[in-house]
Design a protein. Sequence first.
Length: 181
Amino acid sequence: MNPEIRIVCRFPTDDDLTEERVQGLSALINAVYDDAESGMWKRKGIRTTPDEVKRLLKEKRLILAEIGGVVVGSVNVNLLSGRIGELGMLVSDVKHRGKGVGSALVKAAEQWAKRIDCETMQLELLTPRRWKHPSKEFLKRWYRKIGYEPQIAESFEKLSPDKFAELATDCDFMVWHKRLV
């Protein structure tokens, strides 16, 4: 993390529900996923929609990262059964990569989970089954470095048969955990 850059992570406010903010955040999420999952899907821009982003903002299930008052990333948080928190849809604007945005968002998500008494944090990573995707290989190394361990891999077609036809290659869904206590 760059000590000269101040990253502020926060839950959304009513000011974040503007059409401009919702559209911008949706476009950011889709652009990051289009890059990070290139070659895995038949088409682009399918990770989220403005309607989903607006719902997540209203439900305070997105943590936003800002640099200088500009949103540069976000992460979705959920409470799963038991005492498991989940983070997903983690994105950092490509213009701000390497500045610690992702690390700050993961830390904020883990702090949220601890505040609601979660013992474990979970994330899921979609990976190609027959080839190595550079972004996914980077994420595997990074998640291990920050304390996450793979738990189980399931075929995507089994878990999401409704979206399987949209894949350009066979993929697995890998579940990762980190103990918070």
